[in-house]
Design a protein around this ligand. Structure first.
Ligand SMILES: Cc1cc2nc3c(=O)[nH]c(=O)nc-3n(C[C@H](O)[C@H](O)[C@H](O)COP(=O)(O)OP(=O)(O)OC[C@H]3O[C@@H](n4cnc5c(N)ncnc54)[C@H](O)[C@@H]3O)c2cc1C
Length: 393
């Protein structure tokens, strides 16, 4: 069988590309090895409210689990910083429904969608990549396509088969572990984040509420840590007197937090989303980044097909690096600086900010945040802290 475009992976990036290309009138096939698209989830399910309008995704109650009005940050010694907005700032989605609906939008736009279909290799003809080999419900199939999209997530193989260098050292990944569980006592209108070198080295513990008394409770830590993420999460639950006996799901996963893939295109193969490490290295959120990269990739794929010139695909690498790559490299630099913060620094900074102008901080004015910290006597008296904060500016 033959398609204009074959997309491997029906997570976030894949369905956006499949929908956009089908809308433009091209024959698209999207495959996923999962029998049920979206399940199991490997996600805290938190996302910014802005993505719905930006990426033309309906605000559909079927996958909007809970609306969120801000965040509460906790320092190692228990100082708190609450950032509460008047309007909804984010949502906790239900990924099992969300991913499936994204695939549905792609199918509705004209794409073929096959679950339980695993890509196993590439077809090469006359020195070029002519399609993918897959197993569809256990049976081998060959799918020829002009363009192949590797949207196959953090463990991506497709890009590697094509010769794209997706290697990143272990230090550039976080290990994540998460319970969806019954939990009480946390404001269900906010997400909650705990920081500290003993709490979650390099990362944080999160409570993302899905109900008044149900939440995704998870943790991300550096994956080269001698202890596991589960060890730290269970320790945090124990120390906070939260029984972990009413569990609805357990999710484990790796999150790329650096090591962005340099060349996103090789001939007629593009890599996108987690497969290209397009994740925010500060908080590990990758859904919005996957949507943005998928949007840029879609534009260049349409242009390449229109003009029958596959060399145009390379513009996706250029444009992504100019826009998002540069921005994420900056975020990565900031993350590397925050890795040097001691628990005392975290206590002090959160304490200072909780007394600062919350409106300004909640408005996301990053420069104001650093300036507020730099004015404080306990910061001014510490050349090390001044140096760290100046690195963040
Ligand atoms: C525990 C955890 C919590 C997270 N929390 C958040 C959060 O709160 N907010 C946020 O924005 N991000 C979060 N992330 C990150 C987010 O889940 C990813 O960045 C996002 O899913 C990336 O989308 P994607 O389309 O690139 O890949 P995925 O969503 O991983 O989709 C890849 C798809 O490819 C399929 N696939 C793989 N190999 C093959 C193959 N050979 N053949 C066919 N199909 C294949 C897989 O089955 C999968 O469905 C979290 C990650 C983890 C692990």
């Amino acid at each position: 069988m033959r398609y204009d475009v074959a997309v491997v992976g029906a997570g976030i990036a894949g369905p956006i590309i499949a929908r956009n290309l089908a809308r433009a009138g091209y024959d698209v096939l999207m495959i996923d090895k999962k029998a049920e698209i979206g399940s199991p989830k490997r996600c805290g399910e938190g996302i910014n409210i802005g993505i719905f309008e930006k990426y033309d995704i309906p605000y559909d109650r079927r996958f909007i689990n809970r609306e969120i009005y801000g965040a509460k940050l906790y320092s190692p010694s228990g100082y708190e910083l609450e950032l509460r907005y008047k309007e909804v700032s984010g949502v906790i989605i239900e990924r099992k429904v969300f991913d499936k609906m994204l695939a549905f939008y792609a199918a509705r736009a004209g794409a073929d969608v096959w679950p339980r279909t695993e890509a196993t290799g590439l077809i090469r003809k006359g020195g070029r990549i002519a399609g993918i080999r897959a197993k569809h419900e256990g049976e081998p199939v060959e799918i020829e396509a002009d363009i192949i999209v590797a949207a196959d997530g953090v463990e991506s193989m497709v890009a590697r088969w094509a010769g794209i260098n997706t290697y990143a050292p272990p230090h550039e990944f976080d290990s994540a572990y998460e319970y969806e569980m019954l939990i009480e006592g946390y404001d269900p209108d906010l997400i909650h984040l705990w920081f500290g070198n003993e709490v979650a080295p390099r990362g944080y513990v999160w409570v993302f509420p899905k109900d008044e008394d149900r939440a995704n409770v998870g943790i991300g830590i550096n994956s080269d840590n001698p202890q596991t993420a589960k060890y730290y999460l269970d320790k945090w639950l124990r120390e906070n007197g939260i029984p972990a006996r009413k569990l609805l799901e357990i999710n484990v996963g790796a999150v790329p937090v650096g090591g962005f893939v340099k060349e996103l295109v090789k001939d007629n193969v593009l890599v996108v989303g987690d497969a290209a490490r397009q994740v925010n290295p500060m908080h590990g959120g990758g859904m919005a980044e996957a949507m943005e990269a998928a949007t840029i990739a879609s534009r260049w794929m349409i242009k390449a097909l229109e003009e029958e010139d596959m060399s145009l695909l390379k513009n996706y690498t250029r444009e992504w690096w100019e826009k998002d790559g540069k921005r994420l490299e900056k975020v990565l630099k900031v993350r590397r600086v925050t890795e040097k913060l001691t628990d005392e620094d975290l206590d002090l900074f959160i304490q200072i900010l909780s007394g600062a102008d919350a409106e300004k901080i909640a408005g996301g004015n990053y420069g104001e945040v650093i300036k507020a910290l730099l004015k404080h006597p306990k910061v001014l008296l510490s050349p090390r802290r001044i140096k760290l904060l100046k690195e963040l500016l």
